[in-house]
Design a protein around this ligand. Structure first.
Ligand code: TXA
Ligand code: MG
Length: 320
């Protein structure tokens, strides 16, 4: 594995070539780092599953550089999905659409739908453009962590977590810390109106405003669509996460900045906004493990929108 801490246009062309020849390339996005493979190459995609230790029937998000390429991967794109793509791509949003013949079972987990996203990070977009120029149609990329663990928001976190599973020819591109910090909002666009499958920075209110439709939040409801992020235990550090209690000496603490740190408690973050809370959450959970803490107390933020996405991740991290 080679880590590029400075990425030039040449680096991106080399990384695109590596992807075309079947290597894995971990790359930054504005949400979290992804572990990328050529979405048309079944052997390369199989290696994503082995490096992540992920069950093979979980579908992967295909990343593309522009909404103009939706038609490559999706068979039928409703007007409201086009409106969402126009308003929020590039950005932290994944659209689930009816698949085209190009989206094979090894990408969709055997489902008739495919998840598509145009990420907003300049390195991700640069890599995608170089990959398209090299003849590729899309980069399949789950978050670059072991299955069930906390998603990485820095290149160092990817390296620490996956280095021992990656091959010599695989790459990691360092694009600095991810600015959103929680995974994209996933929206099922295969029905008459949007259904939210995973909460994120694109909120229910934003989706309703763009589409003028009533949006269902299917994240807590029963769903027959397989979303690994909807397993109850996920995004978990080794430390035990306990929500909304008073931290005692020796515990780690994640709480808004107006909450003081009790004596002997290790403050892991003190965000003053929900945006900061989301951005720094996974780094703080990783820090807890680096410090060998046994317990992390987290105080959940109140409110809708991004706060709901943060609570969703905290509750999964806390689930045993
Ligand atoms: O922000 C993100 O979405 C990041 C960055 C790297 O783009 N990616 C990410 O991928 O979080 P992953 O694989 O860790 O989570 C994607 C989720 C999975 O839970 C998967 O089940 C769901 O998206 N998914 C993918 N395709 C789907 C589909 N066709 N139908 C329903 N869910 C789908
Ligand atoms: Mg993930």
């Amino acid at each position: 594995m080679t880590l590029f801490s400075v990425c030039t246009t040449d680096t991106l062309v080399d990384a695109a070539t590596a992807l075309k020849s079947g290597a894995l390339v971990a790359f930054p996005t504005e949400t979290v780092y992804g572990l990328g493979a050529d979405a048309q190459n079944p052997e390369a995609v199989a290696r994503i599953y082995s490096v992540k230790g992920r069950p093979a029937d979980h579908p992967l998000i295909v990343h593309i550089d522009s909404m103009d390429r939706m038609g490559d991967w999706a068979a039928d794109v409703p007007a409201f999905a086009i409106a969402l793509a126009r308003d929020y791509w590039p950005g932290p949003m994944t659209l689930v659409l009816q698949r085209s013949a190009i989206a094979k079972d090894f990408i969709t987990g055997g489902q008739e739908t495919v998840g598509l996203r145009v990420p907003a990070h300049p390195l991700a977009l640069g890599l995608l453009k170089a990959f398209h120029e090299a003849g590729g149609l899309g980069i399949a990329a789950p978050s670059a962590n072991r299955f069930g663990a906390v998603s990485p928001t820095t290149a160092d976190a990817v390296q620490e977590e996956l280095e021992s599973y990656m091959a010599d020819t695989d790459l990691i591109l360092d694009g600095g810390p991810s600015l959103v910090g929680v995974e994209s909002t996933i929206i099922d666009c295969t029905g008459d109106a949007p259904r939210i499958l995973r909460l994120g920075a694109i909120t229910q209110e934003m989706i309703e405003e763009t589409t003028g439709l009533v949006v269902t939040d299917a994240t807590s409801a029963q769903s027959d669509i397989r979303v690994s992020g909807s397993l109850e235990s996920h995004y978990s550090p080794k430390a035990k996460v306990i929500l909304d209690v008073v931290a005692v000496a020796g515990d780690g603490l994640i709480a808004p900045d107006q909450i003081p740190t009790p004596n002997g408690v290790i403050r892991l973050m003190a965000p003053s906004t929900n945006e900061q809370y989301a951005r720094d959450l996974y780094r703080a959970l990783r820090l807890a493990d680096q410090k060998g803490l046994e317990v992390v107390v987290a105080l959940q933020p109140g409110g809708d929108g991004l706060a709901a996405a943060i609570r969703d991740r905290l509750q999964r991290a806390a689930h045993e």
